[in-house]
Design a binder for this molecule. Structure first.
Ligand code: 5AD
Ligand code: SF4
Length: 470
């Protein structure tokens, strides 16, 4: 598996059919079926979409056969993500044949990227909606019901869906994602996100706190604050002029309850401040874990990627994190075979990985995306064979680093939040420690998901710490 432990694109969740745990509580006239692809942000958007649709009398179903509407919430980050969705779409042909009134909608990043071209290319599609236009779904559905093709791919400078209470889909009732901002202004040259999700904007801090409060009162124990670049979160209260930075927001959310764990993703190395690091270390319930994508370890490649830092600057940031929080977990995203990458550049990447001692990484082969700066400026000139070989070397480096990192934890005692049964053995619990490592241990006594326990680690694999309750 190339994208191990992937939290950005959880491979296990790609294409997950989504429905709330409490289906059947409310009566709905019509049913929609939604599959989600891509990052956590997209899965979180599906919860906003579900809320908008429920208001209009549409209920979510996991059963494709009983659906009046099928939605694919799509991703464009790599070509493979788009191919997966196209393949899935073709499988709906039969469903549409047997139920001609069935409507098929494409939502999310691929809808935004391809716009009306999607309607031309995929005759099956009735509705195309970009990430900032979900409020118009009810209108678009009635248009499509009347036989018109319905499209809204307008991007917005303001939309944050701040007032919409997401319907939690496929939730374990313990951990939830809370979107704190949308869009991205960074313009990394490889990345399609600025084009599919538009300009960066931050959500009203008080609506974030209210959503987290609501989760706590429903028994949730962990929130992950989501944004493409959380460290550039900035919201000014229009009434009081109060400024809320990301450090301040973290403080506000962490202050809700000491029993609520707070995580966040993703951090851009250029934006994470000492303020944020000090706030993390001041609150026990802000998790000791930072996802700090490096992308490449070569300063020359970083420049072509428009990442705005050098390898030395990145390594200094890692050092600073460990100075302030010696026990902080760090993970990364790495791209193999970006345009013009030489063997020396590649070795620089392996070297930065080793020096940063990542706990885990999400590793990808470069995939050229139409419309991006890299597609316009540079030739995708590294052959697939070389990309593959370099990716394999990156993956084996990470495998070694992950195992080394887990071995260092042997004998340690961690506070673990129980999330549910271990996948492999339902006589074992699975939870995470503050550093975001998965911890598995035998069930003992009367415990439940959502409980905090202390576990002593006595063994490990590359991906898991194994322990016993103390
Ligand atoms: N090709 C390969 N990987 C990419 N990513 C973003 N764009 C591309 C691309 N064109 C990776 C980056 C990013 C993660 C979410 O996906 O590593 O951090
Ligand atoms: Fe998420 Fe980017 Fe994929 Fe859009 S393109 S779903 S923002 S990973």
């Amino acid at each position: 598996m190339l994208e191990i432990g992937n939290k950005v694109h959880d491979e296990a969740r790609q294409g997950e059919a989504y429905a709330p745990a409490n289906v059947g509580v409310r009566q709905f006239n019509k049913k929609f079926y939604i599959e989600s692809y891509g990052c956590q942000m997209n899965f979180s958007d599906s919860e906003i979409i579900a809320s908008i649709l429920e208001e209009q009398g549409f209920g979510a179903t996991r059963n494709l056969e009983e659906a009046d509407l099928i939605f694919l919430n799509t991703c464009s980050i790599r070509e493979k993500a788009e191919q997966t969705v196209r393949k899935r779409l073709s499988e709906f042909r039969q469903a549409k044949k047997s139920n001609p009134s069935l409507l098929v909608g494409m939502l999310g990043c691929m809808a935004e990227r391809l716009k009306t071209k999607l309607l031309e290319e995929e005759k099956l599609v009735d509705i195309v909606v970009g990430p900032d236009a979900y409020r118009s779904l009810p209108v678009l559905i009635s248009q499509a019901d009347e036989g018109q093709k319905a499209v809204n791919v307008l991007l917005s400078r303001e939309e944050t869906y701040a007032d919409i209470a997401p319907v939690r889909l496929n939730s374990n009732g313990i951990t939830a994602f809370v979107s704190i901002m949308r869009g991205c202004n960074n313009m990394c040259s490889f990345c399609v996100v600025p084009f599919t999700r538009g300009r960066e904007r931050s959500r009203d801090a008080y609506s974030i706190v209210a959503e987290c409060n609501g989760l706590v009162s429903k028994g949730y124990k962990e929130v992950t604050l989501l944004g493409q670049n959380v460290d550039s979160y900035y919201w000014r209260n229009p009434e009081t002029g109060e400024d809320v930075t990301f450090a301040k927001l973290l403080e506000m959310v962490a202050g809700i309850s000491s029993n609520l764990r707070v995580r966040f993703s993703t951090s851009h190395p250029k934006d994470i401040t000492d303020d944020v690091l000090h706030t993390m270390s001041a609150y026990e319930n802000i998790c000791r874990y930072i996802h700090l994508p490096v992308q490449s370890g070569s300063t020359r490649i970083l420049q072509l990627m428009n990442r705005t830092y050098t390898r030395e600057w990145y390594l200094a940031k890692v050092k600073r994190i460990r100075e302030i929080m010696p026990d902080c977990g760090i993970s990364s995203d790495i791209i193999a075979g970006f345009c013009t990458e030489s063997e020396d550049d590649h070795r620089d990447t392996l070297d930065v990985m080793e020096q940063s001692a990542y706990d885990f990484s999400y590793m990808f082969m470069y995939s050229e995306r139409p419309g991006t700066l890299a597609a316009k400026r540079y030739a995708d000139d590294i052959s697939t064979d070389i990309k593959k070989r370099r990716l394999e070397e990156i993956v084996s480096m990470q495998n070694r680093l992950s195992l080394e990192s887990n071995k260092k934890d042997l004998g340690n005692i961690y506070k673990v939040l129980i999330e549910g049964n271990s996948k492999k053995n339902d006589q074992h619990w699975m939870g995470r420690n503050s550093q975001n490592k998965v911890v598995v241990f035998p069930k003992e006594g009367n415990l439940n998901p959502g409980d905090y326990v202390f576990v002593k680690v006595h063994d490990c694999t590359q991906g898991t710490l194994l322990g016993t309750l103390i």
